[in-house]
Design a protein around this ligand. Sequence first.
Ligand SMILES: O=C(O)[C@H](O)COP(=O)(O)O
Length: 228
Amino acid sequence: MSKLILVRHGQSEWNLADRFTGWWDVDLTEKGVAEAKAAGELMKAKGVLPTVAFTSVQKRAIKTLNIALEACDRLWIPVTRDWRLNERHYGGLTGLNKQETREKHGEKQVHIWRRSFDVPPPELEPGSEFDLASDPRYAGIDIPRTESLKLTIERVLPYWEEAILPQLAKGENVIISAHGNSLRALVKHLSNISDEDITGLEIPTGQPIVYDFDGATPVGERYYLKDA
Ligand SMILES: O=C(O)[C@H](O)COP(=O)(O)O
């Protein structure tokens, strides 16, 4: 039986500041670093140790992974970073304060932008201070101007199928350090959650979630490692 461990990055500077982040590359806070360390210590204490790792190309997820791997003495395992595990792109909301946006556009509209399955936020204006067109890590990639959860799923799932699932099928224990919405995309698929019900799913920061796998097939439901 192999294990899939999903970890959302620890608290970021813009989680703390309540700003829409998406693809913007913000760092962890001190609390986020502590959450990442605690996630690694928990994996060590439970004896659930990854043998292969995947993460996004965003520092909050990369650092969370490194800190957690250090805490469970697994810094040596192979790591693959891929933009397809990035947070969903928040488009023209990037950088805005979430509460101020509620005051301007209403609670209901902001909830639709944040949690609906297929309504994307407004597009990011080309040339905006948050435009990543000249960022070398995205060279050759058609950077989205905005993404709904549905659009996020359309780039996360092919990567899951082609790069990550084969590792589980081979018997590796896989850790994915990623983001609230790239992980919601995966959990929706693995737990077969409907388009309606996915609006209610929240993924906490720094809290390892585990699926057991038999070959390429998940066995049973996901659980929090702290409860195992
Ligand atoms: O990108 C962000 O702002 C957060 O990582 C996730 O935001 P959400 O809770 O609004 O989906």
